[in-house]
Design a protein around this ligand. Sequence first.
Ligand SMILES: O=C(O)CCC(=O)C(=O)O
Ligand SMILES: [Fe+2]
Length: 282
Amino acid sequence: MEVQRKSNISYEEFMEEHHNPGIPLVFTDASKVWKANGLFTPDWFRENYPDRESDVTDKLTGKPYTIKEVMDLVEQSSLEKPAPYPLTFNINTKLPELLDLLSPLNLNYAKPNWLEDKLFQRGHWGGITELFVGGPGGRFPYVHKDYYHLSAWINQLYGEKEFTVFPRGQEEFLYVNGKNQWRSEVNMFEPDYDKHPKFKNATPIRFTVGAGETLYIPFGMWHSAYSLNPTISVAFDQLNSKNFPMFLSDVWNFKKEESGTVKALAASGYAIASSIICKLKG
Ligand SMILES: O=C(O)CCC(=O)C(=O)O
Ligand SMILES: [Fe+2]
């Protein structure tokens, strides 16, 4: 299997060939509708928002890294001495000015997206728009599938990242963590085959996503990422009737684990009511 790359495709083609069957895709040009396309660079961020704080804390100072620090870190990053990865910013809370440059967020493809509705309270159920910054050698810490079975849209706006996705049905080769069903225990960058012998049977698919390109990872697909050079990307999630049943089962399980059956019932009831309203709104 290979991940296809497509240019200038219609919404209908995306829905029929990728969204509905759950097949990943690299759009070569979907983010051309965003003003952010071609604009975002380390210098642009340093000039415009040097002091904004990241979601990541500097372990030495105990303070969040600022944008200036983040951009300096990733430009100094090397394979031998990689900057922490990922360095992220919640765009809605830390950089709301960017939202205007990321419009329409759905790129005219990621729709319907119930996470754009207030009812699903962006951010509350994992549906946040996040800026990811990385440097050479930056490895996403684990192979995983995304929480709540949300589908992911990763928009590369500067630099290149190497992504890895695993074909469906390879979960048994990935040694899913007993406590966290979303994480694999295998370090795919340096696999320990004595500990994880079945990982030899996995057939990871690796490909590069460059500036201006958008990766669609359908819900439930195992993946990870690696920054090849200084990189800036914007990631958001998608929820609609296709992944709602899995989402709902996650809401139930998480809430039950965290706060018990009564709270789980309330949260699930709320999610179902919200889904009905979103469906009606079309
Ligand atoms: O762009 C990346 O580093 C991958 C991010 C990712 O998979 C995630 O945040 O769930
Ligand atoms: Fe992910």
